[in-house]
Design a binder for this molecule. Structure first.
Ligand code: BES
Ligand code: ZN
Length: 857
């Protein structure tokens, strides 16, 4: 028997739950009646509960016999065992439970969130976050995604407060001093999708999408920041109803901004919860990046209303069906809403993040066995989201968008109100496309890694070869290394699209590369070839030197995503030791005329990585190289927006200023930034919102105590979530050790919310000026952080060790995790250590060559 799966002798079909949260004592009382179906005459009912006290449990079985249970609670297995004297009659029964719990501060289960109202007074609200396995902390339940049931929620609350749950309120009554709101029955759904929010809440005027009212909710005083979120909520809901060909499955749609929120957002049906930065924004004062973030998150959660909520994976191994699909649909919806944002080009950044982790020996297949809850938690990673979405995009492009959509519609219609597996999706897509989907897709979903396709001209032929791409030749040896990494096929079915230029004409050819090697004759008058035309493939391309040179000499003929991939793949191949660093640095010099922000982000990202590898003596030369590459682009754009200029160009200007002023340590840029910032603050000359965040970062980078205190105050008194974020992260960038120490102290002293503190610590581990201090701090306060932060916090923070790229620090990182026997869930730690090894290996291999190259700057 699997200790992590509940027995199926008794299963629920409906929960009538009444909860009474008390925001002054920070506790709640609850009672529930669960309609169950008894399949075998058992004397025990087993369900999930944790950190709850169960005061009463009584069952009425199909014969009408009432029995009181002896209640056993096992915190370790998170279960509640109800033992009865006599066997239960087979058939329909009713289970009634009375229980109590506390509104915790760990941002999971039923928890409290604390914020300041407009007059500065501290206020408390209550909210829930259940995915993956925390519904059991709010009410005893069959807390597995396949036990779908109807939920009928009643909340008895302080009359001064407002309550929101998944559905509309059907009745409002009084019960003594409390007001009682009863909510309509939900659709048949999984426990992890139930939501309850109670507090002093404001909401916007609803917009109707068909019959569905859509509103934004927030704490008092923030409603003015809701318009943009509401706009994309409405637009994406319309888009999805059309795309899926199915009506929205709820009776209303509320989107709620919660001041303390562990994840970015959560797709509770009809009551989507968000952290404030992911929903609330002053559109006029926000950068493109900040706006895109909100559009993404809102569209993503809305996509889940069907993919995840209406049709749900049977078990957590299939979480990619939820998250990869929502990520893919998020792109489609945002792209349809604002085509000028070129969302699929920006998706290159996400794909690159997945390619980077999936190039490790310690990667895992997208779909992977899961047993314990902590293993389920570890599944929410870049492989589930970004690799998953990438392979879906590759498949969509391969089958054609219409055929793909037809398959998706059929899948959703067939499995609505139920659960499904990857095989069900393949079957539906197979019926729609008349193609053998598993043959093409299983290598991408069930095997780890991906291929690098080498492209060369040999003997008048174009030769394509595939082999698995890994950064290191051998798996990392470390204390926790598993015996043998999952065996991967060295071969995938790779849908390759080639764009051949020959005799002044361009043609596109599609090849399904299934063999290790294929050859084709070169067309007459051959000029150049782009493999991965359009950039949708989840693989890397390694051109031979001559072919790469041909592409570099005609960069304007490549699409933005193709240029992105050219740089990104060259950089990966360099990190893997297959291309000399000097060649890569020469390549970066060919992009001075580049004007796409995503291409710049990969260029700048690689220079950030190098900055972690160079010796202190070489650092000023690397700064000079950064200026050499990026300054011409900023000079061409100028510091102020030109009339008619698009949003992406404005964002690029901000990105270049930030890179030059920080990584490039450009004194002139720093001086100009200070001037512009002062003018903006005086109200004399407002700065473009895409540039302002960069100015703040640059000033912090060059800032002293005075500036630090100024920025800390701005963080404390910020009037939008975005402003708060800009100043918060600026606090990590001040170079003085005493200021580094202050910011570190603030990650555990309550001045920075626990939802943000792990990310602040992570960025300090990654940055050269602070990494040693941050690492000492983290080692010293690990247990405190573990106690304070929400459950994904440590895992996110620990990713920062990837920045500790010196041999000495690397050894110390190994020692620490070994001695402390730290497990971050799944393969997380192993992946961080391997990424660290890749960086240190690059340093060891190329350090001398890099130093020689930099000597000319
Ligand atoms: N279902 C997730 C939220 C979640 C994540 C719950 C991890 C439990 C564990 C939600 O749909 C989601 O994916 N949120 C993302 C934002 C999204 C735009 C990628 C998040 O929280 O980062
Ligand atoms: Zn999601």
């Amino acid at each position: 028997m699997d200790p992590f799966r509940l027995p199926r002798a008794v299963v629920p079909s409906r929960y009538d739950i009444r909860l009474e949260p008390d925001l002054t004592t920070l506790t709640f009382r609850g009672e529930e009646t669960i309609a169950v179906s008894v399949a075998e005459p058992v004397r025990e009912i087993v369900l999930n509960a944790v950190e709850l006290a169960v005061d009463e449990a009584v069952v009425v079985d199909a014969r009408g016999r009432e029995q009181w249970a002896t209640v056993g609670l096992d915190e370790a297995s998170e279960r509640c065992q109800l033992a009865f004297a006599e066997p239960l009659a087979v058939g329909a029964g009713r289970l009634r439970l009375v229980f109590r719990g506390t509104l915790n501060d760990k941002l999971r289960g039923f928890y409290r969130s604390v914020y300041k109202d407009p007059s500065g007074v501290s206020r408390t609200m209550a909210a829930t976050q259940f995915e993956a396995t925390d519904a059991r902390r709010a009410f005893p339940c069959w807390d597995e995604p396949a036990f779908k049931a109807i939920f009928s929620v009643t909340l008895a609350i302080d009359p001064a407060l407002t309550a929101v749950s998944n559905t509309r309120i059907v009745s409002k009554t009084r019960d003594g001093a409390r007001k009682v709101a009863r909510f309509a029955d939900s659709i048949v759904m999984s426990t992890y999708l139930v939501a309850i929010v109670v507090g002093e809440l404001e909401h916007t005027e609803p917009t109707l999408v068909g019959a569905t009212p859509v509103s934004i909710w927030c704490v008092p005083g923030k409603r003015r920041l809701a318009a943009f979120g509401q706009e994309i909520a409405v637009a994406s809901l319309r888009y999805f109803e059309d795309y899926y060909g199915l009506a929205y499955p709820g009776d209303k749609l509320d989107l709620l901004a919660i001041p303390d929120f562990a994840a970015g957002a959560m797709e509770n049906l009809g009551a989507i919860t968000f952290r404030e930065t992911a929903l609330l924004v002053d559109e006029q004062a926000a950068s493109h990046a900040e706006l895109q973030r909100i559009a993404d998150v809102v569209a993503h959660e809305n996509a889940h209303m069907w993919f995840g909520d209406l049709v749900t994976m049977s078990w957590w191994n299939g979480i990619w069906l939820n998250e990869a699909f929502a990520t893919f649909m998020e792109m489609l919806a945002v792209d349809a809403w604002k085509p000028e944002w070129q969302r699929w080009v920006a998706f290159g950044v996400s794909r690159a993040a997945a390619l980077s982790v999936d190039g490790l020996h310690s990667t895992r297949p997208i779909e992977f066995p899961v047993r314990a809850p902590r293993e389920a938690d570890a599944m929410f990673d870049v492989l589930t989201y970004e690799k998953g979405a990438s392979v879906l995009r590759m498949l969509e492009q391969y089958l054609g968008a219409e055929v793909f959509r037809a398959g998706v519609r059929e899948y959703l219609t067939r499995h609505r109100f139920a659960n499904a597996d990857t095989g069900d999706l393949w079957a539906a897509l197979g019926r729609a496309s008349q193609q053998p989907i598993p043959a093409v897709m299983d290598g991408w979903i069930f095997a780890p890694g991906y291929p690098v396709v080498s492209v060369s001209v040999e003997g008048g032929e174009l030769v394509l070869r595939q082999q698995r791409f890994t950064y290191l030749a051998e798996p990392l040896r470390w204390f926790g290394a598993t015996a043998a990494p999952a065996a991967a096929p060295a071969r995938w079915q790779v849908p390759v699209r080639l764009r051949l230029a020959a005799g002044g004409r361009e043609t596109v050819e599609r090849v399904l590369l299934a063999e290790p090697e294929t050859r084709r004759p070169l067309p007459a008058g051959f000029e150049s070839v782009v493999a991965n035309e359009g950039g949708h493939g989840f693989y890397r391309v390694r051109y031979d030197e001559a072919l790469r040179e041909r592409l570099l000499s005609r960069l304007p003929s490549l699409g933005a995503i193709e240029r992105f991939n050219l740089v990104n793949d060259a950089w990966a191949v360099t990190a893997a030791g297959l291309m000399p660093i000097t060649q890569y640095l020469d390549l970066t010099a060919r992009f001075r005329d580049e004007r796409d922000k995503n291409v710049w982000s990969v260029l700048i990202g690689s220079l950030h990585t190098l900055n972690r590898l160079v010796t202190p003596a070489d650092r000023p030369k690397l700064e000079a190289l950064v200026r050499d590459r990026a300054a011409p682009a900023l000079a061409a754009l100028g510091w102020t927006p030109q009339p008619g200029e698009d949003e992406l160009t404005r964002q690029l200007r901000g990105d270049l200023i930030r890179a030059l002023g920080t990584l490039g340590n450009d004194r002139a840029v720093q001086a100009r930034a200070a001037e512009l910032y002062a003018g903006h603050e005086r109200g004399a000359a407002p700065v473009d919102p895409n540039v302002l965040p960069a100015l703040i970062a640059v000033l912090a980078h060059a800032g002293d105590e005075g500036r630090y205190h100024e920025f800390f105050e701005r963080f404390r008194t910020a009037t939008t979530p975005q402003e708060e974020q800009r100043y918060l992260y600026a606090l990590t960038a001040f170079p003085k050790p005493a200021l580094v120490e202050q910011t570190l102290a603030r990650t555990i002293n309550g001045e920075i919310r626990t939802q943000d503190a792990p990310f602040v610590a992570r960025s300090m581990l990654m940055a050269v000026h602070s990494r040693e201090q941050a690492w000492d701090f983290v080692k010293k306060h690990w247990d405190t952080m573990d106690r304070l932060y929400p459950k994904h916090g440590l895992r996110r923070m620990a990713e920062g060790v990837v920045g500790l790229a010196t041999p000495e620090l690397e050894a110390d990182v190994h020692r620490f995790f070994h001695e402390r026997k730290i497990d971050l869930g799944g393969k997380t730690l192993e992946q961080y250590l391997e990424q660290l090894r890749v960086a240190v290996a690059l340093r060891e291999r190329e350090g001398a060559a890099l130093s020689a190259y930099l000597a000319r700057f």
